[in-house]
Design a protein around this ligand. Structure first.
Ligand code: F6R
Length: 606
């Protein structure tokens, strides 16, 4: 969850460390710090809070070093204070860490027994102390690092500098990603391609258990057994370097508006526009599949749930969707003939990765729907189904969600055709419908001013309910998740049919109820739910389409009318209003939209 950068440069690195940390802030923003080697001595600068606070520290007390490491933190062990901020130092060793060391308490006791003391509450300081312990036993730096790594259990990506060593940085990876960047007479370590994006696009991804030493000219990489290895150096897409807000106030706002284009690019990769047929890369035989298992977390899980509705209905192919953190530990019964699909914007979410690996170990074919095409999941699956919405920086996922839905919709149509559930003409009709989605998404983003008007009222609420039936049920979950995470208002999404089984007790005049009800086969039932809620004083925000608006019972507090669409793409068209609603409510509340409290964009710890 934390972000790491390391530079062995030919010129001072402090400014570049900060530039990189700003790109990494999506991984955590509780505190930040840098350290550099100056004349053989290691100097640190650290600050609680965001990178801005660290910049202020550096302005007062500059760091002039050509070799340095940096870190932005998402707190696990120990609160978000300066004392707990990375880099951590023990003796000659200073390092930054992303991950969680599970046996840190045990190691800490062992090291205390050796007379060592600790300044912070972190698990990271224990790694520094352990490497220093090995160094003081007389081992050279790389051997000392390896000896320490062998004693750690848990997950780590590390960048390490050593007092007295002006020329190199060491790194290691297990469970958390780390890349080596190859520059021009300079070398880099980083959590991902984005971190080193401003400096180089030539990157090698370290593999599980690898450790490395970089100097100005080379990277010496060793595998988990200590054997020297070569890891392929790839040229990564320039898009990794393109992360600007443009004229928008927040990345989230920009990313909501990016959706028509992101969906268009994604759909184009899964259909053939000459023939209006689906064209799914990877050669999966949908006719032969008995079942699909989707594993994911958060918004990606909700996209997976929508996939289940579409694939089962169109293709008559059973789909199970499960939250990865549950799936990975409950020993699910799996059978042959199944395909596991990991859904993940980042491609690095620890629980999703573990669930994916569990299925692979059971012999299942595997696929990943990811945004980060070079991520761990993308590299470990049989088939990668990338989304093409560009880097998503806002912590609340928006454009990745709709792009994931585009992939799943294409898969549903392709599977339906492969399994003989639809003929070619129907496949072509559905593909044309899908190709029309970006235009309708753009129209539904135009609801912006209607949403803004209702946001002021919702911002006063303590609780908000979201209701939907059929595919609008997952969207109700997504609406509630978005509102919770960026406005800190308690919200719940329910299948509208569940209303009478409990949640209706929550209905009162103070609780806004957002009902998602396009004019589809569920409309009449959703309209009845609306009447039931209003009869109990509930204030309804009714999100529908033009025909739904005409047919809806009178009395809603607000009606928002998205464009009408074929049911195949209604979830795509109805997404923008709920995203905008959360966005404008958060603005009303003055919340930090792009970096909500306690969250991080990429959850690489379980
Ligand atoms: C919510 C959100 C999170 C992520 C979840 C999974 O807006 O962004 O719930 O969806 O952490 O992340 P990925 O998709 O990277 O696996």
């Amino acid at each position: 969850m934390c972000g790491i950068i390391g530079i062995v440069g030919t010129k001072p690195v402090a400014e570049r460390l900060i530039e990189s940390l700003k790109r990494l802030e999506y991984r955590g923003y509780d505190s930040a710090g840098v350290a550099g080697v100056v004349g053989g001595h290691v100097q640190r600068r650290r600050a609680a809070g965001k990178i801005k606070a660290l910049e202020a520290v550096l302005a007062d007390d500059p760091l002039v070093a050509k070799v340095g490491i940096g870190h932005t933190r998402w707190a696990t062990h120990g609160g978000p204070s300066t004392r707990n901020a990375h880099p951590h130092t023990a003796g000659r060793v200073t390092l930054v860490h992303n991950g969680i060391i599970e046996n840190y308490a045990e190691l800490r006791e062992m090291l205390k027994g050796e007379g060592r003391s600790f300044d912070s509450e972190t698990d990271t300081e224990v790694i520094a102390a352990l490497v220093d312990f090995e160094l003081s036993g007389g081992k050279p730096p790389l051997e000392a690092l390896k000896a320490a790594l062998d004693k750690l259990s848990g997950a780590y990506a590390l960048a390490v500098v050593i007092e007295g060593e002006d020329e190199f940085i060491m790194g290691a990876r297990k469970g958390s990603p780390l890349v080596v960047g190859y520059g021009d007479g300079e070398m880099f370590l980083g959590s991902d391609a984005l971190a080193v994006g401003p400096f180089t696009n030539r990157i090698a991804y370290l593999e599980e258990g690898d450790y490395v030493a970089i100097d100005r000219h080379q990277a010496r990489i060793f595998d988990v057994h200590g054997q020297p290895v070569l890891r392929e150096v790839r040229q990564v897409a320039a898009s990794a370097a393109l992360v600007e807000k443009g004229n928008y106030r927040h990345f989230m706002e920009k990313e909501i508006h990016d959706q028509p284009e992101g969906c268009q690019r994604t759909i184009a990769a899964y259909v053939d526009t000459l023939t209006d047929r689906t064209a799914i890369p990877g050669g999966i035989d949908f006719a032969a599949l008995e079942r699909i298992q989707i594993v994911a977390c958060g918004t990606s899980y909700i996209a997976g749930l929508l996939g289940k509705y579409m694939i089962e209905q169109l293709a008559d192919l059973p789909v199970d969707v499960e939250i990865a953190s549950e799936f990975r530990y409950r020993q699910p019964a799996l059978r042959g003939g199944s395909l596991v699909i990991a859904m993940s914007q980042s491609g690095e979410t620890a629980d999703t990765l573990a669930a994916l690996r569990y299925c692979q170990a059971k012999g299942m074919q595997s696929a990943a729907v990811v945004n980060a095409a070079e991520s761990t999941m993308a590299r470990e699956v049989d088939v990668v189904w990338p989304i093409h919405c560009g880097p998503e920086i806002g912590v609340a996922s928006t454009k990745a969600f709709t792009a994931q839905i585009c992939v799943l919709t294409s898969l549903a149509v392709a599977a339906a055709r492969a399994r003989g559930r639809i003929d070619e003409a129907e496949e072509q009709r559905l593909v044309r419908v899908l190709l029309g989605a970006p235009r309708l998404i753009a129209e539904s983003i135009n609801l912006d001013s209607a949403v803004r008007a209702v946001a002021a009222e919702i911002a006063k609420a303590q609780d908000v309910l979201y209701l939907g039936r059929g595919p609008m049920y997952p969207l109700a979950l997504e609406g509630a998740l978005k509102l919770k995470e960026i406005s800190y208002i308690h919200a719940e999404g329910y299948a509208a049919g569940e209303l009478k089984h409990g949640p209706i007790a929550l209905v009162d005049e103070q609780t806004p109820i957002v009902i998602l009800a396009p004019f589809d086969s569920y409309f009449e039932k959703s309209a009845s739910n609306m009447s039931e809620v209003m009869a109990r004083g509930g204030q309804v925000v009714f999100i529908t389409d033009p025909q739904g608006e005409r047919q809806a019972p009178a009395g809603a507090r607000v009606v928002m009318t998205a464009p009408g669409s074929d049911p195949l793409i209604t979830p795509l068209v109805m997404s923008a209003p709920i995203q905008l609603l959360a966005y404008y409510v958060a603005l009303q509340k003055g919340a930090d939209v792009d970096q909500p409290r306690n969250l991080a964009k990429s959850v690489t710890v379980e």
